[in-house]
Each structure stands twice: as structure tokens, then as C-alpha cells.
Write a protein of this length. Sequence first.
Length: 203
Amino acid sequence: MDLRIASIRRFLYSHYFFGGIRQAIGMLLPVLVLGGLFGQYSIGLVATFGAQCLAIIDQPGGPQRHRTNEMLGGALLGTATVTLTGAASSYPILLWLAVIAQCFTFSIFSVFGKRGGLIGFAGLLLMTLTMHSPLAPHEVLLHSAATLGGALFYLGWSLAFSRLFWLREERQAMSVALFATADYMAARASFYDENADLAVKIQ
């Protein structure tokens, strides 16, 4: 890990740090609002899990339209995962079959690249969090609604945040690209040093 002051400062001004703050706030707001204001901590925690599912998918890079479609698809898949796992949680055989089927299905998502793998991981995380205890039928519907609500809240939060700070995000993405180009040029220039050991440079 590079702990130089310049590298730390570069990270603090990068879109990675800015995006991390956006994701953390958007993910924690449901449980803070529902739990702190209305005392519904359990439902707020389930809604936060739904928001967390989309926060995993909401990564920097790519057109905004693609990110929106990915998060919307993740919200629907996450809700379906909670519904299926919760409905099967009271029946060990059905739960066993549901877990195997979902593990296989979400693992296949990795063939679509990094973002597909993130969607699959988010679905597996929701499945794991839902299967910890049996749920009654009315609790399944409540958990599914809370998960969908938390996911849609995060989707709206992310879109509003990106709309308000679109210029800052573009500048930060451009600065990261420029720094990466500068590092590449510095590495290329080091090969022209007559006193440098090329074997060490290549390693």
C-alpha cells in the first residue's frame, strides 16, 4: 500500500473517495430514518440491505444510463431473491434447492464481466442475509417490500446525487485518467535511464 502524502491526497480528491461517501450515506439513510424517527429498526435494517445491494452495483465508470439500468435490474433481482429465499426458509429441502439454484444462477452472471459479477455478488449477499431464520408468509412480503423500497431509495439517491454533482464527478474521473497517464509516462521514461537496471524495472 502506497502511504505517501501525495498518494493519500490524490485519493481524497478522487472520484473513488467521493463515490464511497455517496454510497455509505445512501446505504445507511434507510435504517437511520426508519429506526431513528419511527423506531422500526428491523424493517430499516432490511431496507438498508436492499440499498446495500445497489451500492455494490453502483460503481464509477460507464454511461449514467447503463448504471441506472444495472441498478434497476439489481433491485428487481434482489427483491426476487429475498422473496424466493424467504418463502423457502421454513422448509429445509426447498431452502436447500433454492440456495443451490441461486448460487448457480448468480455465479453465471460473472460471464457478463465485472458489473455482472457485482450484480451476482449482491444477489448472493441478500440470499445469505435472508436465509438466517425462517420467515412467516406475511414476513416474506414485508421483507420483500422493505428490500425493494430500500433499493429504489438508493437508486433515487444515486441519480439525484449524480445530477447535482455531475461536473465534479466528471472532473474527478478526468483527473484520475490524467494521473494514470502521468504514471504511465513516468514508467516509460524510466527505461531510458542508462544507469537503471532493466531487470529490476521489468519486475
